[in-house]
Design a protein around this ligand. Sequence first.
Ligand code: CO
Length: 137
Amino acid sequence: MDISHIEHLGIAVKSIEEQLPYYEGVLGLKCYNIEVVEDQKVKTAFFKVGQTKIELLEPTSPDSTIAKFIEKKGEGIHHIAFSVADGVANALAEMESKGVQLIDKAPRGGAEGLNIAFLHPKSTGSVLTELCEHPNK
Ligand code: CO
């Protein structure tokens, strides 16, 4: 697996709208995209910080994994996403061969048209870890 950089940090929030004054007004970042990812039952908002992004995740349904996360742990950092230069499918095969427990056995579509897959926090020091690639790169 060839990790090129941290693609984004995912942060669970109850309300994107309520957080915008902090990210835009206080930090001076610009939200450049808000997108609903239906199959994950989340609304996402993106801010660029150099090559890395911050991804705010707001649940769109009480049975969203983000809603459950906030219920258990409160708002805060939810996952780290690594960009893998040699592809998510390759990375998953390698992680599985190294005994890492996978949440996604195969890449799937995420926000911003990325191919993504999650590794289980049981195998990653309790940090939910996402691998992603830009499909046309
Ligand atoms: Co993510």
